[in-house]
Design a protein around this ligand. Structure first.
Ligand code: MG
Length: 137
């Protein structure tokens, strides 16, 4: 699947998109964790989590670094819990992304990013967070 095509982009479901991202990650030698949803007796689809688990990112990728990814269908929006997890992970210096099918080129770039460039970016982000904390104090 190559989700980078015009008007049919909106028709790609999050499940199809996720399958394509996992395939791409495996091609680039990432180890991928995803926690499947389960259907309740009332028919709702939920991910069985406890504590603050609601909104936890869809994918955790590990190679020479750790990357958390929240996936959304083209018209999908982030829940408050998903936003909170994104903020918490970024503040902790962890690489976190939210991607839609239209971001396919960026996904390829992120999954191909070699360690050296990643270390440079994480250093810049750490400096940004330090500066923000300094400004807020
Ligand atoms: Mg998602």
């Amino acid at each position: 699947m190559n989700p980078s095509y015009g008007s049919s982009l909106v028709k790609v479901s999050e499940a199809q998109f996720q399958k394509a991202v996992i395939e791409l990650a495996h091609r680039f030698n990432w180890r991928v964790a995803h926690f499947k949803t389960a259907q309740t007796s009332k028919g709702a689809w939920v991910t069985p989590v406890a504590a603050d688990g609601a909104g936890f990112p869809d994918l955790c990728l590990v190679r020479e670094r750790i990357v958390f990814i929240e996936l959304k269908a083209e018209k999908g929006t982030m829940s408050d819990n998903q936003l909170a997890w994104g903020d918490a992970l970024r503040v902790a210096g962890v690489e976190y992304h939210c991607f839609k099918p239209r971001d396919w080129d960026e996904i390829e770039r992120v999954l191909l990013t070699p360690r050296r460039e990643h270390l440079r970016r994480i250093t810049e982000l750490g400096q940004e967070i330090e500066n923000q904390r300094g400004a807020a104090a």
